[in-house]
Design a protein around this ligand. Structure first.
Ligand code: HEC
Ligand code: HEC
Ligand code: HEC
Ligand code: HEC
Ligand code: HEC
Ligand code: HEC
Ligand code: HEC
Length: 465
């Protein structure tokens, strides 16, 4: 077997073992008893739902790693499976778990509808709103029709089949002559680039192995996954939800959450603060015209305003303490560690650091510019080059401010951003597929004269003629 794959497998097992070790606090015996009871309950549930899946056939290596992770492999071939549930079972979400923390007042966007109708309605169409949501027929992308619902890895004995059964969406893993199912329950990603899927096992959240990429409507391996493996034991850490959800109750351990507590999407309250008091006050005081108990970012000084966006658009910054402790008006540095070294964050976080890039621009340094000069977070304005260019011209007045103006055949007013803020592939969001790695391009927020982008733009014009 190829040594690279061995190394990869060992790495995975090591990571999984570490995660397992990490979640091994508390009374071991108590946990063991709990797991045994749960496993028994699950077996019953599995049987009542449908025909139970076969146990892994003989000839496979099945190892249990501490922390309830199972590894199934055929060593001579190299492909492997990691799952956080016993082979032969179906993962099952805990029901009726009590939250461990008091919700500090997050109520969810639907509570804003009655008084901020326009903002609410337009907000539903934004990437922020859609960035995490429950899986259902209208939200999930990808093809579930037999014939187009499969994903074959480079290992011919490992493939995936995406299934739609009643209300359920499943990934069926085929490994030699064994197969098993894992549900897709939560979508992460607005579909702008991709959707990846999470599922519950007990109160743990895990990522599914197969992701859907919007470009080309393809099923591929989730970012950072090794082609030829089926990795279903990758835990979803707090920081991941901190950037992609509004609220969740975390249960101490790495990927443990209270299932009923999630407020999905990046919604109003991540930029305006928990609104329970605001909503309560204005429901009781219908005539009050002055807002109470809510933050308007426009009232904050520039850096503090940008720090709101910096929770999620400031590159890879670890949490200093608990997730969700930041409130609009706070300083980012009080809640998040400094950005990591670029190499280290490859694949761990995939957003470019817009704060950092923008802050190097002459526009930013010589004005009071904030993110809101170009972005209205209440509307989906994606792809509207003319609108974004019109925002440049709130400061630059008109196209003749451009030192390159005029050029034959160039519509300057519609294209400021293509020459001065070009899209570039980013190493941060690496998706692996058999055809090779995919790097979705992002806008460079360092606004400047960019000869390469200009050349590309001009030759693009020529090739259109
Ligand atoms: C019962 C009515 C009501 C509800 C519900 C409500 N608001 Fe408001 N909100 C108001 C009023 C009244 C104002 C003050 C007038 C204005 O700015 O529109 C206001 C103002 C605001 C402002 C501007 C604050 C400022 O200082 O300029 C924000 C931000 C805001 N609301 C956010 C929210 C969010 C987020 C929600 C939902 C979680 C929400 N509101 C729910 C009534 C309401
Ligand atoms: C990604 C961050 C973000 C999200 C999400 C967001 N807002 Fe805002 N909101 C802002 C910023 C920034 C401003 C100030 C804009 C400016 O500079 O004028 C603002 C301003 C407002 C205002 C007062 C100014 C105005 O235009 O009336 C209200 C009311 C408001 N938002 C309500 C909402 C509601 C309701 C939602 C959810 C449906 C929401 N916002 C979601 C960032 C956000
Ligand atoms: C709690 C995390 C969080 C905060 C706070 C946040 N964002 Fe985002 N933002 C995201 C995520 C996650 C995405 C990617 C959504 C997707 O495509 O799934 C995103 C996407 C965007 C996009 C791309 C939208 C599109 O349709 O292409 C813009 C622009 C943006 N954010 C601007 C802002 C601005 C400006 C602020 C501050 C006012 C802000 N964000 C605050 C998490 C956040
Ligand atoms: C530091 C904040 C941050 C963390 C942590 C983070 N993301 Fe993201 N994610 C973003 C932002 C921002 C984008 C949009 C890319 C951009 O515009 O820069 C994004 C994009 C995505 C997309 C593509 C969405 C689309 O269609 O545009 C997926 C899928 C995704 N993230 C999943 C995850 C998962 C799963 C985790 C945790 C394992 C995670 N992210 C951790 C901020 C974050
Ligand atoms: C908030 C005001 C503001 C906005 C909005 C703005 N700029 Fe600027 N920009 C400035 C200022 C101030 C300067 C520095 C003085 C100058 O060169 O005019 C500048 C400088 C520049 C420069 C010269 C950079 C250099 O390194 O010499 C370019 C190019 C530029 N802006 C392009 C843009 C583009 C493209 C947009 C829209 C995507 C934009 N600007 C939006 C204020 C702004
Ligand atoms: C001078 C204008 C301008 C400013 C200021 C600005 N952006 Fe953008 N941003 C853009 C343009 C243009 C795009 C591309 C929009 C499109 O094509 O849909 C963009 C795209 C994005 C995206 C989507 C990812 C991508 O690359 O396509 C995110 C996230 C984002 N901006 C975040 C921010 C944040 C956070 C700030 C403040 C730190 C900010 N932006 C400030 C102009 C700006
Ligand atoms: C086809 C590419 C292209 C487009 C479109 C374009 N620019 Fe430029 N811009 C350039 C180049 C190249 C320069 C450098 C010109 C020089 O000084 O040699 C430049 C220079 C600038 C400067 C610096 C001015 C100076 O001479 O120092 C500003 C400001 C600017 N552009 C703003 C804009 C704005 C605003 C728009 C949209 C209305 C825009 N540009 C559209 C390519 C472009």
């Amino acid at each position: 077997m190829n040594p690279k794959r061995w190394l990869a497998l060992i790495l995975i097992v090591a990571v999984v073992a570490w995660v397992g070790y990490d979640s091994m606090q508390g009374n071991r015996d108590e946990e063991l008893m709990r797991d045994l009871t749960k496993a028994q309950q699950q077996r019953q549930v599995g049987e009542s739902v449908g025909p139970s899946l076969p146990e892994p056939p003989r000839g496979m290596v099945v190892n249990e790693i501490p922390g309830n992770i199972w590894f199934v492999g055929k060593y001579e071939d190299g492909g492997g499976i990691e799952i956080p549930f016993r082979p032969g079972l179906f993962p099952e979400k805990s029901a009726d778990v009590n939250p461990q923390h008091q919700n500090p007042g997050f109520v969810g966007p639907q509570e804003c509808q009655e008084c901020h109708r326009d903002k609410y309605d337009s907000f539903l169409d934004t990437a922020h709103f859609k960035t995490s949501r429950p899986v259902n027929e209208t939200t999930i992308d990808g093809n579930f029709e037999p014939g187009s619902n499969t994903f074959q890895t480079s290992d011919r004995n490992m493939s995936f089949e995406m299934l739609h059964r009643g209300d359920d969406f499943l990934q069926r893993v085929h490994f030699f002559d064994w197969s098993f199912d894992v549900p897709m329950e939560i979508i992460m990603g607005s579909s702008k680039m991709a959707q990846t899927y999470l599922y519950w096992h007990e109160d743990g959240l895990y990522q599914d192995n197969v992701t859907h990429i919007t470009d080309g409507n393809q099923w591929i391996n989730s970012p950072g996954y090794i082609d030829g493996d089926a990795a279903y034991a990758r835990p979803i850490p707090q920081r991941c939800l901190d950037c992609h959800m509004t609220y969740f109750d975390f249960r101490g351990k790495k990927n443990r959450y209270t299932p009923g507590s999630l407020i999905m999407g990046v919604t109003c309250e991540r930029c305006h603060g928990p609104a329970e008091q605001h909503v309560g006050f204005h429901r009781d005081n219908k005539d009050a015209l002055e807002a109470v108990g809510i933050t308007n970012p426009a009232d904050l000084e520039r850096q503090i305003q940008m720090d709101i966006c910096g929770q999620c658009h400031g590159g890879s910054r670890g949490l200093k303490g608990d997730a969700l402790s930041f409130r609009p008006g706070d300083r980012l540095d009080d809640h998040y560690l400094p950005p990591d070294d670029e190499l280290e964050v490859k694949n761990s976080v995939h957003t470019s650091n817009q704060i950092n890039r923008l802050s190097q621009s002459a526009c930013f340094l010589q004005s009071q510019m904030t993110c809101s000069d170009c972005h209205d977070p209440h509307h989906n304005e994606r792809g509207n080059g003319r609108l974004f260019s019109s925002r440049c011209m709130t400061c630059h007045e008109n196209e003749s401010d451009c030192g390159f103006f005029p050029q034959q055949g160039v519509d300057f007013a519609g294209n400021c951003v293509d020459c001065h803020m070009p899209r570039r592939p980013t190493e941060r969001l690496r998706l692996e597929s058999i055809e090779g790695d995919v790097f979705p391009p992002l806008r460079d927020h360092h606004i400047r004269v960019d000869e390469m982008a200009t050349q590309r733009f001009m030759s693009g014009l020529k090739s259109k003629d």
